[in-house]
Design a protein around this ligand. Structure first.
Ligand code: TYD
Length: 132
């Protein structure tokens, strides 16, 4: 199975433009406890480089684009997120790296838990050990 679980969002469009609504239990398969977004990323910057022990997330590029690499400890896949109509579901114990942020990129992340530094695995060797 692909590591890239892309959720297609329904776009409610009319002659004024477009609207996407995201709800717990519908498009988002967990209770949303936190939302954060990354924007104004400087050229050449890469982010992420961690996994979470329990956290689940859905990442949406609501503007612009960026490239995601996901790694479950056995294999790596990458995808370009470039549409506000799609979300990338990132399960727990998935190493993630983000690259190639466009200047206009706004990357919104919906998360299943509040911020908790103790849920992070920031060391790749430790991740590989825990994942196997
Ligand atoms: P960081 O985890 O380095 O971001 P990324 O993994 O996307 O590169 O987070 C940057 C800083 O923001 C770090 O000091 C932790 C803080 N932070 C919060 O306080 N709350 C949050 O929800 C997130 C995601 C980060």
């Amino acid at each position: 199975m692909s590591l890239m679980q892309i959720v297609d969002f329904q776009v409610l469009g009319d002659d004024r433009g477009s609207l996407v609504a995201l709800e717990t239990g519908k498009e988002i398969p967990f209770d949303i406890k936190r939302v954060y977004y990354i924007f104004g990323t400087n050229p050449g910057v890469a982010r992420g480089f961690h996994a979470h022990k329990a956290l689940r997330q859905v990442a949406v590029c609501v503007s612009g684009s960026c490239r995601f690499v996901l790694d479950n400890g056995r294999r790596k896949e990458e995808v370009v997120l470039a549409s506000p109509n799609h979300g990338l579901l990132i399960e727990h114990m998935m190493w993630r790296e983000m690259y190639d942020f466009s200047e206009d990129c706004v990357l919104m992340v919906l998360a299943s838990e509040h911020y908790d530094e103790s849920d992070y695995i920031r060391d790749y060797d430790e991740f590989i050990k825990e994942a196997s």
